[in-house]
Design a protein around this ligand. Structure first.
Ligand SMILES: [Zn+2]
Ligand SMILES: [Zn+2]
Length: 401
């Protein structure tokens, strides 16, 4: 059986499971579960894999809704990552129901190729992408050790094979001042809200003089209780994002200095805490990205190498991509102007276009697995790029004026 024949087989396998995969996705969509509470989704997904002959480990990495389903034992060990958490209020507005079903569909379809060429296919169930960075925790606990390649596909607004994701860490801050009557005894007060406002202004000034890909943003979660009382307490949450880890460390200190300066100026006492989860920047494996792109294009989609909108976020797949050669492409399921995390995207994640995206993602993933298990030299190339022995880098994006 040659590669093309094996690809035709995985495609027909996914088409045969079209209704089951669609149902699985819709079931998760109709039962949105928040991060680390995805009990039903993890149960449905592991059961499906088990029925298809995968060996299942539930609750891996001491996370009850994380799992691993594997088929085959050999090398290369290729993981397809599934996400299945939803968002508060807007449900599956990130379409993780489609990610889960596409991962399952792809892995199950690959069985014939694994039987024929060897290697192993693993579905890694990764909970809590949205709120807690589940993959960052799993990466620290060894979930991605011993893998050769990791892939997943996210629904989006363009067909694009690379992801620009920034290093990111959250900062929680509090100022403690002194309450006083705001009109009768203002001189007796120390204004914790003013300390917060000065911090915002300092960060806004700083923003002019940082690298363009960086992002600094925050909210005030406590700004006082009554207008006639000098606020004795204020609190806020900020996010600091940068293109790489080194610059993230530089920016973290500069942002913190804004709060320290405001504390000195106002006389309020500062307390702060950096978030436990540090998102790593995405490392796209371009050898793998081009392979996936060819496969997705063969299904009739026009696929871009990078996002035309230059949109940056952060994802816990970044942490995976630092350990294992990987890709995190997007398949379009909504119009280019639709916003992810909106109720419009929730609807798209349950639409016909959503299901079509799921099937195309599953097919392209499975075809890419076929390429990898049937052609060991491609795996060598993917790993050489990861090790920095060959350059997979496309030319840097032109700077915008
Ligand atoms: Zn999201
Ligand atoms: Zn998402």
């Amino acid at each position: 059986m040659d590669t093309e024949r094996a690809k035709a087989l995985v495609i027909s396998e996914i088409e045969a499971r079209h209704h089951q995969l669609g149902e699985l996705s819709q079931k998760i969509h109709s039962n949105p579960e928040l991060g680390f509470q995805e009990v039903k989704a993890a149960d449905w997904l592991t059961r499906y894999l088990e029925e298809c002959g995968f060996s299942i480990e539930r609750g891996i990495c001491e996370l009850p809704t994380a799992f691993r389903g594997s088929y085959g034992q050999g090398k290369p060990a290729i993981a397809i990552l599934a996400e299945y958490d939803a968002l508060p209020d807007v449900g599956h507005a990130c379409g993780h129901n489609l990610i889960a079903a596409s991962a399952i569909g792809a892995a199950v379809a690959c069985k014939s190729a694994i039987d024929r060429f060897g290697g192993s296919i693993i579905v890694t169930g990764t909970p809590a992408e949205e709120l807690y960075g589940g993959k960052a925790i799993m990466a620290d606990r060894g979930a991605f050790d011993n893998l050769d390649i990791a892939m997943m596909v996210h629904p989006g607004t363009h067909d694009v094979v690379t992801t620009e994701a920034l290093a990111c860490q959250t900062l929680e801050v509090e100022f403690f001042g002194e309450a006083a009557h705001a009109a009768a005894r203002p001189e007796a007060g120390i204004n914790a809200l003013e300390a917060m406002i000065q911090s915002f202004n300092a960060i806004n000034s700083l923003r002019q003089h940082i690298k363009p890909e960086s992002r600094l943003h925050g909210i005030i979660t406590d700004g006082g209780k009554a207008a006639n009382v000098v606020p004795a307490h204020s609190a806020g949450i900020f996010m600091v994002r940068a293109e790489d880890d080194t610059y993230l460390d530089v920016l973290k200190q500069r942002v913190l200095n804004c709060f320290i300066g405001a504390a000195t100026a106002s006389g309020a006492r500062l307390e702060y805490k950096w978030g436990d989860i540090r998102y790593a920047p995405m490392r796209n494996n371009l050898t793998l990205a081009r392979l996936f792109r060819q496969n997705l294009q063969s299904l009739g989609r026009e696929v871009l190498l990078s996002d035309p909108g230059n949109a940056f976020g952060s994802t816990d797949f970044g942490n995976v991509s630092q350990l294992v050669p990987g890709i995190h492409p997007f398949v379009a399921i909504a119009s280019p102007v639709a916003a992810i995390h909106s109720s419009e995207f929730t609807a798209a994640a349950a639409s016909e276009a959503g299901i079509q995206g799921l099937l195309d993602a599953a097919k392209a993933l499975a075809m890419t697995v076929v390429d990898l298990v049937a052609n060991p030299e491609i795996v060598v190339k993917v790993k050489a790029e990861f090790a920095g022995k060959i350059s997979g880098q496309a030319q840097k994006k032109p700077r915008r004026n």
